[in-house]
Design a protein around this ligand. Structure first.
Ligand SMILES: Nc1ncnc2c1ncn2[C@@H]1O[C@H](COP(=O)(O)OP(=O)(O)OP(=O)(O)O)[C@@H](O)[C@H]1O
Length: 241
């Protein structure tokens, strides 16, 4: 499912936090959103999933204008802060989310089993979330976001607080999900994650300052190093043409 963002602007309390952004994410690609804290990445994701509406411009997922309730079943969203129920077990959390997506009972049980295996939490499925570590919560959030096999998956800083070994495992899972044709949008501050992506959108102070394949963006830098992309995203003046 491709995503077209056309001249989108959004203000909160008269402060414009997304400024006339236009770009298209092709179907089946992984696109990362890079930018310093407060640059507007989460707001852009919330606009794309239809959680909030743009003030001007529009967003289309597979040619359907957002927000659109019917699209919810096709979207997976892993928020920055885990939206899990502390007093429920891992599998009860998944069943709850599966109910929201209106999966049939048999499909739900099959998917709960599959996603728990994928994120390596099968043996912890009966544990309450309040007894989970941060990394386990992240993995369960990921499992919840892919339970209904979405066509497009939005991941807001999915590996914050996760050790490098687990991060590698999680990225292997993203690459597997991509192979099934799912489009993935991920916001990140982690250097090595950028090279896992097909394209990168550099966002600074609510504006899109660069959008291209990671390969081409790296060629535009002086050093060819990912660090420089972060510097580009952190300072408009740092853009190398
Ligand atoms: N609901 C809201 N009401 C008012 N201001 C908001 C709201 N949501 C976001 N903002 C403001 O919009 C700007 C962009 O925030 P956003 O969370 O999108 O940035 P971000 O790039 O995701 O940051 P981070 O990397 O720290 O998560 C910030 O100045 C933030 O304070």
């Amino acid at each position: 499912m491709d995503i077209k963002i056309s001249n989108v602007s959004k203000s909160f309390e008269k402060k414009e936090v997304i400024k006339d952004i236009t770009f298209t994410i092709p179907s089946g690609e992984i696109c990362c959103l890079l930018g310093p804290s407060g640059s507007g990445k989460t707001t852009l994701i919330r606009l794309m999933i239809g959680a909030i509406a743009a003030d001007t411009g529009h967003i289309q997922l597979a040619n359907i204008k957002m927000p659109n309730l019917k699209m919810l079943k096709k979207i997976g969203y892993m928020p920055q802060n885990d939206a899990l129920y502390d007093d429920l077990s891992a599998e009860s959390n998944l069943r709850f989310f599966g109910g929201l997506y209106q999966l049939s009972k048999s499909k739900l049980e099959q998917r709960v089993k599959e996603v728990l295996e994928l994120v390596d939490l099968t043996e912890h499925r009966k544990k309450l979330i309040r007894n989970f570590s941060g990394g386990m919560k992240k993995r369960l959030s990921l499992a919840a976001s892919i339970l209904h096999q979405p066509d497009v998956l939005f991941l807001d800083e999915p590996t914050v607080g996760i050790d490098p070994v687990l991060r590698r495992t999680i990225w292997d899972q993203f690459q597997e999900i991509k192979k099934s044709g799912t489009t993935i949008i991920v916001s990140t501050h982690v250097m090595d994650e950028v090279t896992e992506c097909d394209k990168a959108a550099l966002i600074y102070n609510g504006s899109l300052i660069e959008y291209d394949s990671v390969e081409k963006l790296l060629k535009k830098t002086n050093t060819g190093r990912v660090e420089e992309l972060f510097l580009m995203a952190s300072s408009r003046g740092g853009v190398v043409k």
